[in-house]
Design a protein around this ligand. Structure first.
Ligand code: ATP
Length: 435
């Protein structure tokens, strides 16, 4: 059965994936905190992205640029002038909406009245603050609305120090901020979120081919991590949807409980950004190609994914309710690489010698994986809790374990149980838990 939205939100709160930010003060709308399980899942998503985009490739290197950059950066990039959404206000109920996201551009989705919208006004999405003690326009700075610009401004630093030759990419994971007009759908659209972006610099005449390759590579990433491919589609932007910098753009979309929506954008940004930064900074950001003995500005193919949004999609995608021997169970069928807890170690009872052996087993496994020890409630209920948070393996220490030095390993998906010697447990799990 597919997950419905409320079920996922409730599971997230109940099990400690995501909490409302500032909950004890009534909550701050559209801001969320990631709890003990959520932070592990989010880290694993980012780690898998980094692994496939940086560590496994010899043509992409990483970067971690500052959230606060010179305001000139955002003038050059076009964000000060045109990073805005068209905002209308309903004259009846005062609700504000993004015109381009309205199902019926004439009807207010909040109060249902027609024809009462104000004229659309462009609303800049960047958060503005001040650097230093004086609140004046001269020291205004912006919280970055995307991580990409920190990559473009470091193009020459990275090329020179990492001795990169075209084609090559620079990848970055980090927080971005957008003062969204209509945040919502839980962590899908928030004002503070995390992105996983990569800018791939290439020869201008290779841009189209490189663009197609990255669409395939990024689709394969979701597939490899077990996302249901029938719920993934790649959707081209029409001319009027294209961002100010893009010559071509595709969205990878997921079928969320409310319909198809974007997970990741893949854009052909041409030489727009490097040229803009050259013009505004006066620095030379051209590339010298030894083979052709020529200088030019590289083209850029961008893959821009949301880490928090993708984490939410993996959570929705993994949620399964199934019937086993006449009983229903909830299980998060997360790929083991994403699962927040890899192995739960459970003593059959709270007897001290069982708990002692449990702790010994857990200590040995902790060197390699995120482990949870759970001693309370019946073993059946503890299995169900681990299923519900997606733990791939439960290791049970029972009374026989004290004599035969073996434990029972239960597989989350098949629920099959294997009896394994404690000194073989780690190698058994290494086989089953890829990194
Ligand atoms: P949208 O049309 O949904 O506003 P966008 O096309 O402006 O998104 P990009 O600028 O391409 O988004 O950003 C790349 C990715 O960053 C998006 O695909 C999404 O996963 C993530 N992202 C963008 N805005 C948000 C947000 N407000 N909350 C969470 N994730 C976001």
């Amino acid at each position: 059965m597919p997950a419905d939205f409320d079920t996922i939100v409730n599971l997230s709160k109940k099990r400690g994936f995501v909490f409302q930010a500032s909950e004890i003060y009534g909550g701050l709308r559209s801001a969320y905190d990631y709890g003990p399980l959520g932070v592990e899942l989010l880290r694993n998503v980012k780690e898998q992205w980094w692994r496939s985009m940086v560590r496994m490739r010899d043509d992409v290197v990483g970067l971690d640029s500052a959230i606060l950059q010179s305001p000139e950066v955002w003038v050059a990039s076009g964000h000060v002038a045109s990073f805005s959404d068209p905002l209308v206000e309903c004259r009846t109920c005062n609700a504000r909406h993004r015109v381009d996201k309205l199902k019926d551009p004439n009807k207010c989705p909040t109060c249902g009245n027609s024809g009462t919208f104000t004229e659309p006004k462009e609303f800049n999405l960047m958060f503005k603050t001040h650097m230093g003690p004086v609140e004046s326009e001269d020291n205004a700075v912006y919280l970055r609305p995307e991580t990409a610009q920190g990559i473009f401004t470091n193009f020459e630093n990275v090329r020179r120090t990492a001795r990169m030759k075209l084609p090559f990419g620079i990848a970055q994971v980090g927080k971005s901020f957008r003062n969204e007009i209509t945040p919502g759908q839980f962590v899908f659209r928030t004002r503070e979120f995390e992105q996983m972006e990569m800018e791939y610099f290439c020869y201008p005449d290779a841009a189209d081919e490189t663009f197609d390759q990255w669409i395939a590579t990024r689709n394969a990433w979701y597939d490899d991590l077990g996302m249901d491919t029938t719920k993934l589609r790649t959707h081209p932007h029409s001319e009027d949807e294209l961002a100010h910098y893009a010559a071509g753009a595709f969205d990878i979309e997921y079928e969320f409980p409310w319909g198809w929506d974007e997970l990741e954008g893949i854009h052909n940004r041409t030489d727009f950004d490097l040229k803009a930064h050259m013009e505004h900074s006066g620095e030379d950001l051209t590339y010298f190609d030894q083979e052709s003995d020529s200088r030019f500005v590289p083209y850029v193919i961008e893959t821009a994914a949301g880490a928090t949004r993708t984490t939410f999609a993996f959570l929705i995608d993994a949620y399964t309710e199934e019937e086993v021997n006449g009983e229903s169970r909830v299980v998060l069928k997360l790929d083991p690489r994403l699962a927040p807890v890899k192995v739960a170690v459970l003593p059959l009872s709270k007897k001290p010698d069982l708990v002692e052996t449990t702790n010994k087993v857990a200590r040995a496994l902790r060197e390699s994986w995120q482990i949870e020890v759970d001693v309370t409630q019946s073993i059946g209920r503890r299995y169900r809790r681990q299923d519900e948070i997606g733990t791939p393996f439960c290791v049970t220490v029972d009374f026989d374990s004290l004599d035969d030095n073996q434990v029972t390993v239960r597989d989350r998906d098949t629920m099959a149980q294997d009896r394994i010697a404690i000194d073989q447990l780690k190698s058994y799990l290494i086989e089953k838990l890829p990194s």
